[in-house]
Design a protein around this ligand. Sequence first.
Ligand SMILES: [Zn+2]
Length: 174
Amino acid sequence: MPLEPNEQSIRNPFDFLTLDDGSVLRIQSHLYRIDRHFLEEYKRTVACLGTKDCYFCKHGFKKGTDFYYFGMVDEEEGVIRIPAGLFYFLNNWENENEATKQTTKRGHEWLIKKTGEGQGTRYTAEKLEAVKITEVQLNENNQTLVERMIGEEKGLKTRYNEVESIDSMGGAIK
Ligand SMILES: [Zn+2]
């Protein structure tokens, strides 16, 4: 093995790719959506089991949704966590272009624009050159995404059980 002069660039293969201002995004799968709760008190993200059955929904914990695609960020390929604001931005763009039916968010590379910080962070995107993906490739990517996300959901479910038992016993210091 050669010496690695740039060790900070080595990424854990289980980490998700994330987007920053100036990133170039290429979406190459369908969407994988996860409902979850971020529990400030416990510093944990846990699964949401749906309004009817979910302990955390029933107890009024704020619910959020994460959006994932398989694709590329700059030159790196993997599973990307898409900020909710950016997901809706791209969806709106797609709806507005629906009349022509000529393109989808998968039909272009996107230059990501990020402004603000923390709660005030906003994402938009600028359309770059057109790209194509075959049906076969799309299906393969969907499968890779699902396999990766099944593992993620398992982890969220485990943490759901852990935190539910702590909280239902009276909880941590709040
Ligand atoms: Zn819930």
